[in-house]
Design a protein around this ligand. Structure first.
Ligand code: NAP
Length: 482
């Protein structure tokens, strides 16, 4: 077990928390304690905000090229240290090592993209209707940013925020999830090694409510960039009103998959499986519910069940493992509640790995499960499950499929399987989601705008769009003599 007594990073110094409290970190596959780290709170966050405020003038006045060089160095270091970082992710988060390595590559790609994007943050000139005026628009960094991140992608959710924030010239207080702080600590060490000046990035682990209060009550924090549940997102939104802080919110999802009768069924089965069971179903854009057109419903579900039977569940550090554990007891209880609710309301359950329960009893494992005979009153069909359960329902017409898919308060991602080009365009335009995948379930790329609509959030991360969350546009009107 590692003891990291100085695991908050404030103004360039690794520190204990002001209270001297610490907290344990567990491996969800074994339930063994793997580390003890500092448990900070309101006072630590206040110190971090002060450091970020003091450093903002120097960091924001560096040239984009200077900031870009540090981000590019961080990208190189993360790529070199990918294996080590991936092992840390698997140990504290549970996802299989191959997935963890994929996440590190994705995390590094955000550093690379925003190292490049720093140099492309252009303003504009506007042709004036008045002869004696010249009109300029310049982007400027918003200032001090609080970045609050979840445990399901402990590396990429951090770099997707830090990359654009640092490229734009903002300074940051990072509060990672308590289940996965070790990845966050390593990322901050990478930035330190890359030459980030003291006070530009500050890390505070610990009490969410205390850190949240420090951030919300301080007028110097101009933007909260949050990824997590819709419930906490709404709380942050409400409490930000008093200072009119900017918000960028990446919240929960409830992604539908629509499989049409003209789809390549084998491809649809393979990608449904990949989407649903990646990270044990704990992915904001993973399929939560699957709708299959009546004429191919039977074929699809039988093929899906065959593939689910072949999945290997276990400790992600072991080779060949496809599915790891869930993150914590709370998450396991939630998934179990969804399963029981579906069972009580008449769903048929296919769970071929139930027999392995004893073998995996030391960890927080939940067997991959297919539900048929489901309907919209079941929790799995209208709430985010965040676990390895696939409910499959049939539909008749294209319109019925679209209506089912749109019947949600969430609007993050939706997927369509069809080989008909007209249909793919028609349906994707009617889906009320921020992201649509057509014969594709992995849409998240550094160069593309990622984000939800409705109760799935506000704003975009990734692409040239992502950096705009971290800037304010200043309009300059120049009166000139001709
Ligand atoms: P969560 O419970 O909302 O927590 C997210 C982060 O917010 C954690 O660091 C948490 O710390 C912190 N937090 C909680 N209450 C806070 C408060 N009052 N003030 C300040 N910070 C606070 O979500 P989660 O369970 O970690 O993550 C799962 C959720 O994230 C799912 O709904 C998923 O869909 C969503 N997600 C969305 C995206 C996207 O891009 N849209 C990506 C990934 C995940 P504590 O744990 O200490 O409370």
């Amino acid at each position: 077990m590692e003891t990291l007594t100085k695991s908050n990073y404030i103004n360039g110094v690794w520190k204990e928390s002001v209270s001297k409290k610490s907290m344990p970190v567990y491996n969800p596959a074994t339930l063994e304690q793997i580390a003890e780290i500092s448990y900070g709170g309101k006072s630590d966050a206040e110190e971090a905000i002060k450091a970020a405020k003091n450093t903002f003038p120097t960091w924001s006045s560096k040239t984009p090229r200077e900031r870009s060089t540090i981000l590019y160095k961080a990208y190189q270091l993360m790529t070199e240290q990918a294996d080590d970082l991936a092992k840390t992710i698997t140990k504290e988060q549970g996802k299989p090592l191959k997935e963890a390595l994929g996440e590190v590559k994705s995390a590094a790609s955000f550093l690379l993209w925003y190292a490049e994007e720093a140099n492309r943050l252009y303003g504009e000139t506007i042709p004036s209707s008045v002869k004696t005026k010249r009109l300029l628009v310049i982007p400027q960094p918003v200032g001090v940013v609080a970045a609050i991140t979840p445990w399901n992608f402990p590396a990429s959710m951090i770099t997707r925020k830090l990359g654009p924030a640092l490229a734009a010239g903002c300074t940051v207080i990072l509060k990672p999830a308590p289940d996965t702080p070790l990845t966050a600590i390593k990322i901050v060490k990478i930035l330190e090694e890359a030459g980030i000046p003291s006070g530009v990035v500050n890390l505070v682990n610990g009490d969410a409510k205390g850190i949240g209060k420090a951030v919300l009550s301080n007028e110097d924090v101009r933007l909260i960039t949050f990824t997590g549940s819709t419930e906490v997102g709404k709380y942050l939104m409400e409490k930000s009103a008093s200072h009119v802080k900017k918000l960028s919110l990446e919240l929960g999802g409830h992604a539908p998959i629509l499989v049409f009768d003209d789809a390549d069924i084998d491809q649809a089965v393979d990608l449904t499986l990949a989407s649903k069971f990646r990270n044990s179903g704990q992915t904001c854009i993973c399929a939560n519910r699957v709708y299959v057109q009546q004429s191919v419903y039977e074929t699809f579900t039988e093929k899906l069940k065959d593939k689910v039977r072949d999945l290997r569940q276990g400790n992600g550090l072991e080779e060949q493992v496809d599915i790891g554990p869930l993150i914590n007891e709370h998450q396991k209880d939630k998934v179990m509640t969804h399963l029981r609710d579906a069972q009580e309301k008449g769903a048929d359950i296919y769970s071929p790995h139930n027999d392995n329960r004893n073998h995996l009893s030391n960890g927080l494992f939940f067997p991959p499960t297919v539900l048929t005979n489901v309907h919209k009153k079941m929790k799995v069909m209208h709430e985010e499950t965040f676990g390895p359960i696939i409910p499959v329902q049939s539909f008749q017409s294209e319109d019925e499929g679209i209506t089912n898919a749109n019947d949600s308060n969430y609007g993050l991602a939706a997927y369509i399987f069809t080989k008909n080009v007209d249909r793919s365009v028609r349906v994707s335009e009617k889906l009320e989601y921020g992201i649509v995948g057509i014969n594709d379930v992995f849409p998240a790329l550094a160069e593309a705008p990622f984000g939800g609509i409705k109760q799935s959030g506000i704003g975009k991360e990734g692409g040239h769009h992502g950096i705009h969350e971290f800037v304010e546009l200043k309009y300059i009107s120049m009166g000139i003599s001709l």
